[in-house]
Design a binder for this molecule. Sequence first.
Ligand code: PLP
Length: 253
Amino acid sequence: MLSGLDPSGGAGIQADIQAITSLGGHPLPVLTCLTVQDTNNVYNAKAIDPGFIRQQLECLANDIPIHAIKTGAMGNGAIVSILMDFLESRPGIPMIVDPVIKAAGGGDLADDELVEAMKSNLFAKAEMITPNGIELIQLGGCESEGLAADRLLMAGCKSVLVTGGHGTGTHIINTLYCHDQAPMHWEVDRVGDNEYHGTGCTLAAAIATGLASGLSARAAISQAQNYVHRTLLQALTVGQGQRIPDRGIPWER
Ligand code: PLP
């Protein structure tokens, strides 16, 4: 996966490593950016040298079979271009794109150039993108979930999973939009009335692990939702801000 470092350990590359490992995968962590953050918010971010990331991707792919790619915070548009070049030379690897734009506390994790690079390049190569409601409105440019999801499908990705965790109510509705099919809904019990730090990363990494292990997209989503739900039932209070999922829960494979 390609994601950023959250030194509070709630989101980003640590979330990905823990989720993938718990579900039986072997993560190949490629770091895109460093951040200054705690459990409340992101205060600064710095992208990793794109040329270095190019070397890492080539080096890994020459040695290890890659069964899925998951992206999170991408650092900047140049890093997206590096990934596009890599995908060009190795087509067919399913990619889950978590279009990270802002931390839950409001801090920025993507500038306009990066958002544009994701929309006009990265999405077209994705098997699935996993925006939350807030990201969907920003990326799709309208308040209507269905219309915004359709606009993202037109960008070329195979499917859009809109996650409802940022809403309110006792249930979370996640909806999968695909080309030429009616939207499919999942209803998941909301755990507590808090926002958690790192749930989007955890869900997307878990879906990618399911796909890598040969599950269909729908089965991978169901497994990932169950996993995230269980990590939240035992969420950890590590700081003064948002709680984080306990991704070390025992999980039957
Ligand atoms: N990646 C990094 C490095 C982050 O710092 C964050 C949030 O702060 C995210 C991704 C997205 O986190 P979430 O899963 O809460 O949407």
